[in-house]
Design a protein around this ligand. Structure first.
Ligand code: MF3
Ligand code: CO
Length: 248
């Protein structure tokens, strides 16, 4: 079922989204060699709760933390813990919050210190993939148009496009219909209309797009060990084009 949110509902989602954007900014400020991933998680949870929000990831299918921290070959769903951040790492932070029953969900990939140019290009291009997907989230377009726009950023550069994990509708649940793949599918999907709210989240890799889940049951990694990047924003389709909810 596809839900179209009212202007009043989108106003609440904007608050949830901005809170998530604040969290990502705070974590970025603290992201330096030696900081523990558990500490970054604490910063995120504290900020969400102080703002009157609830960290949506915590307890979701048993997920133990408030944010996901995925490093280097880890694509998504890395669990914060005793690990510390080191120079040269590629660190993806994914955060979600609920305000008054409405969700925001967003992710950014950061590089710590010096990384090869090829890695910087991957990160920048994944962000471009997100921007292209958002730009295609226009009333009258279909989900397929978003998927194609994202895929067309990755393919010419030879990046892998991770397929088992996709974007999604968002609202009173973190994951709602429809799915938003980062690659062309056989079906064109629903037609976009004002009020439809989506999380668009490309995951690109420097090598093969094949992924597997580690023994912790969560951490998704590239099978070939290649570096991955992940960018996500929650958006609302409006009559005037996409509104990005998860930016300040
Ligand atoms: N932000 C992720 C998504 O976009 C969800 C995180 S999984 C969780 O779907 F278990 F940590 F919540
Ligand atoms: Co998401």
């Amino acid at each position: 079922m596809i839900v179209r949110r009212s202007t009043a509902e989108i106003a609440v989602m904007r608050r949830a989204g901005r809170l998530v954007a604040e969290v990502l900014g705070l974590v970025e400020e603290s992201l330096r060699p030696g900081v523990s991933t558990a500490h970054l998680d604490e910063i995120a949870e504290e900020h969400i709760r102080k703002a009157g929000g609830v960290p949506s990831f915590k307890g979701y299918n048993g997920y133990p933390s408030s944010i996901c921290i995925s490093i280097d070959r880890e694509v998504v769903h890395g669990i914060p813990g005793h690990r510390t951040i080191a120079d040269g790492q590629v660190v993806s932070i994914d955060a979600g919050a609920i305000i008054e029953g409405y969700h925001g969900d967003a992710a950014r990939t950061f590089v710590v210190g010096e990384v090869p140019q090829a890695v910087r290009d991957l990160v920048a291009t994944t962000q471009l993939g997100l921007e292209a997907g958002i730009a295609a989230a226009i009333s009258g377009n279909r989900i397929w148009d978003i998927s194609a726009a994202v895929e067309d950023v990755a393919l010419p550069r030879g990046y892998g496009v991770v397929r088992p994990y996709v974007g999604h509708g968002i609202g009173t649940e973190m994951h709602e219909d429809p799915q938003v793949p980062n690659y062309r599918t056989k079906t064109k999907g629903i037609e976009l209309a004002p009020g439809i709210c989506l999380a668009i989240e490309p995951m690109f890799t420097l090598g093969s797009a094949d992924v597997e889940t580690l023994a912790d049951g969560w951490t998704v990694v590239t099978r070939d060990g290649s570096v991955a990047a992940h960018f996500e924003d929650s958006i609302a389709v409006t009559a005037d084009g996409p509104e990005i909810l998860t930016r300040l």
